[in-house]
Design a protein. Structure first.
Ligand code: FAD
Ligand code: SF4
Length: 488
């Protein structure tokens, strides 16, 4: 155990400061302040861990991260051992340590009567040190099995599976239709949350281990799913769930109304220095973001950096409570009011706001939104309250209302995998689809979720594929295809 009296001596949660808003809005660099880190504070926080008999944080983390063990090692300054324990369950702590919403912290036992241990911050410090010290080296397989696996999609699910399978001795090729590796980490999450050098560093390690990467290849179009299956001994579908939920209201086809993803994709390309002919930009515009989740929040931070005149987020539901309520007790992952780093930077949040219509000018461009107060009906549905309509000026509208599932047209026709009633790719406990030797992991099978779940599923699917190919496996399988998050 770290310091046995640590949680009594230090009762407050302390995190390194982020860069000041006025400074960070001028660039695309990470919000985190590398210079503001204080090793003493970090050790004190690690020392607050009580090494609980039943560590609920393990259960809260979909990867089953061995949190008390690496808290203890960080507290003792044994950073090399700490990264070994962290890597035992998580291939990419540099991603989760930056952008995981940290369900481990909401289930930390200290959270019953004190603020939780700063688990995520300790995690990122362990991996950042490991990279700086040169401890992240390739783990090359000692023997090759002669079996081949195609991983389709290079998001966190595909990457985690590819790394596990390569290390198990299989020959693995990752196919990615985009021009760069990383999935939503590359072209969804903006640089100010996750600098892209972290993806590049990890991909370099994977290439040195023997994983092959093929960018600019769309399976289903450039190579059929059938051909791919014929060429490889097993296939993993890790293509994400990119189909956006639309808002088909009058005026939806006006200029200036976009889904969030093309906007964020371009924002990431621009930050990478790619030339863009017609970038959707918020510069000088009144921006309305419809939808209050992660994607909406990333739109806010991007729009503010582009110099938007104003940014307003419309959320159809009620403002969530500031603290846990009786219906979401510890250790469940509560739905409380969240303030992301982008929310700290500016913009307004408008709750109980139901969009009724998009209004345009004579040239066909959006000029405002008609919005009404949301009313909750006895059958649980939500509708606009008649007579409460008002207009909000808008030059750019970003629809960030979530995702309905994976793109499956080619898959269904060519690979003949069955779909669930909700449009996700159907999978068994072991992530196998209905097609022999074809597996699925991450958002494509689970529906739009989190990076930590994608990594956990990628690891578990890799174990199942290894067993399929060789008859047994020693790879860990942290979750099953039927797992659900610990949520009230
Ligand atoms: C804007 C945004 C912000 C987010 N922020 C967070 C956050 O802060 N924290 C968090 O935990 N989660 C966040 N998420 C969710 C998280 O990014 C996803 O849950 C996660 O990336 C899913 O991983 P995946 O590997 O399943 O799929 P993806 O990351 O979606 O990757 C799928 C990849 O497959 C490729 N592909 C698809 N079809 C084909 C094909 N036919 N051939 C070849 N390649 C193909 C795609 O181009 C893509 O690169 C966010 C999501 C979005 C959209
Ligand atoms: S991956 Fe997420 S849930 Fe797991 S320990 Fe890290 S921050 Fe917590």
């Amino acid at each position: 155990m770290a310091d046995p009296r640590g949680f009594l001596k230090v009762r407050e949660r302390e995190l390194p400061p982020n860069r000041p808003v006025s400074v960070r809005l001028r660039d695309w660099n990470e919000v985190k302040d590398e210079l503001g880190k204080d090793a003493t504070v970090l050790k004190q926080q690690a020392g607050r861990c009580m090494d609980c008999g039943i560590p609920f944080c393990h259960q809260g983390c979909p990867l089953g991260n061995l949190i008390p063990e690496w808290n203890d090692l960080a507290w003792r300054d044994q950073w090399k051992d700490a990264i070994d324990r962290l890597h035992a369950t998580n291939n990419f702590p540099e991603f989760t340590g930056r952008i995981c919403p940290a369900p481990c912290e909401t289930s930390c036992v200290l959270g019953i009567n004190q603020p939780a241990v700063t688990i995520k911050n300790i995690e990122v410090e362990i991996i950042d040190r490991a990279f700086k010290e040169g401890w992240i080296t390739p783990h090359v397989a000692q023997r090759h099995t002669g079996r081949t696996v195609a991983v389709v999609g290079s998001g966190p699910a595909g990457l985690a599976a590819a790394q596990q399978l390569t290390r198990a001795g299989h020959t693995v090729a990752v196919y990615e239709k985009d021009d760069r590796i990383g999935g939503l980490l590359r072209y969804g999450v903006p640089d100010f949350k996750l600098a892209k050098r972290h993806i590049d560093l990890r991909v370099s390690q994977m290439e040195a281990e023997g994983t092959r990467f093929r960018t600019g290849v769309s399976i289903g179009e450039d190579i059929t799913w059938d051909d791919l299956r014929a060429r490889y001994d097993a296939v993993l579908i890790a293509t994400g769930a990119p189909k956006p939920r639309d808002l088909p209201l009058p005026g939806r086809d006006l200029d200036g109304i976009h889904f969030a993803m093309p906007y964020l994709h371009q924002g990431n390309q621009a930050a990478a220095g790619d030339p863009l002919e017609e970038q959707i930009t918020a510069e000088g515009k009144h921006v309305i973001v419809i939808g209050g989740g992660d994607t909406g929040s990333d739109c806010i931070g991007t729009a503010l950096r582009q110099g938007a005149a104003s940014v307003t987020t419309l959320a159809i539901g009620k403002k969530p409570p500031l603290e846990r309520t009786e219906s979401m007790p510890w250790p469940t992952d509560p739905r409380v009011f969240e303030v992301s780093t982008s929310h700290e930077e500016g913009g307004e949040r408008d709750y109980l706001a139901s969009t009724v219509e998009f209004l345009g000018d004579e040239s066909g461009k959006v000029r405002s939104l008609k919005v009404a107060v949301t009313q909750y009906n006895p059958d649980g549905s939500r509708t606009p309250t008649p007579g409460t309509e008002r207009e909000i000026p808008a030059d750019l509208v970003l629809i960030a209302m979530g995702f309905t599932g994976p793109e499956v047209t080619d898959l269904e026709e060519q690979a003949r995998v069955a779909l669930s009633p909700r449009g996700q790719i159907e999978r068994a406990e072991d992530f196998a689809t209905s097609a022999d030797g074809v597996y699925v992991a991450g958002d494509a099978g689970r529906g739009a979720s989190l990076v930590v779940w994608a990594i956990a599923e990628g690891r578990a699917a890799a174990a199942a594929i290894d067993e399929y190919l060789t008859g047994s496996t020693e790879l860990p399988a942290p979750v099953t295809g039927r797992s659900t998050a610990l949520r009230a």
